[in-house]
Design a protein. Structure first.
Length: 239
């Protein structure tokens, strides 16, 4: 059930301005690496949910998602915030340039301790994720015409509110460009950085501090490398 404070607070939080330029990830923070990979191994740390016609594989040191009808590739361990997730991703021009998307801090309200509980019913179709609680960015969605942030509240509630729907060229996809993405989840909420620039910042009245991360796309060809999960440590000034 969605708390009253979240129902009320989400409207206030989405009313905050979105910082679009001149903001970089915090350089004075300290981090502890929890997991990292250059995709030179196998897919043992990942769970694939994909519709018919697509494929997921490691090729030449990259995670390659070649998709047709919808795919999510989950890192299979639950994350605990405050956390920073980072990776490099390229949307290849060999396929439609669209949907460089991601979920983070995802949880299933019906199975809080296991996103992959038997009978979860997800097979890669986008609508099958509506009941989860999570942060989501759809970067270059809808045939590369929109870039959006949503805070899924669970049970099909995923409002799109003013300030979190970008349509200008500067915030759409460039084919074959290697983007460095950083995602943050902490006590203040969620942040999404692209190539060091803060694109979305969401002050969450009920921040998501536990959950799973997943790459998400549809009808595109993504090449992903240098994935890292880091725990954000308090600085001396904060302790």
């Amino acid at each position: 059930m969605i708390g009253n404070s979240l129902r009320k607070g989400i409207w206030l939080a989405f009313g905050l301005s979105v910082a679009l330029a001149g903001r970089a990830s915090s350089g004075d923070m300290k981090y502890e690496t929890v997991f990292e990979t250059d995709f030179s191994g196998n897919l043992d740390a990942w769970r694939v949910e994909q519709q018919e016609g697509g494929s997921v594989a490691i090729k030449e040191g990259k995670l390659v998602i070649a998709d047709k009808k919808g795919c999510t590739v989950w890192y299979d361990r639950e994350l605990e915030g405050p956390v920073r997730i980072s990776y490099t991703v390229t949307v290849s021009s060999v396929e439609r340039v669209s949907d460089m998307n991601c979920f983070w801090m995802a949880r299933d309200p019906d199975h809080e301790s296991d996103l992959f509980a038997e009978g979860h019913g997800r097979e890669g179709a986008f609508a099958q994720y509506d009941d989860l609680s999570l942060y989501y960015v759809g970067y270059g969605g809808n045939h590369n015409s929109t870039t959006r942030f949503r805070r899924y509240l669970g049970k099909g509630v995923k409002p799109l509110l003013e300030g979190y729907d970008l349509r200008d060229e500067a915030h759409l996809l460039k084919a074959d460009h290697a983007y460095r993405i950083e995602l943050v989840a902490d006590e203040s909420g969620a942040r999404y950085f692209r190539d060091g620039e803060l694109i979305f910042e969401y002050a969450d009245p009920e921040p998501l501090l536990r959950g799973w991360f997943g790459f998400r796309t549809v009808w595109s060809h993504l090449e992903i490398d240098d994935f890292k999960v880091e725990r954000i440590l308090k600085t001396e000034d904060e302790s």
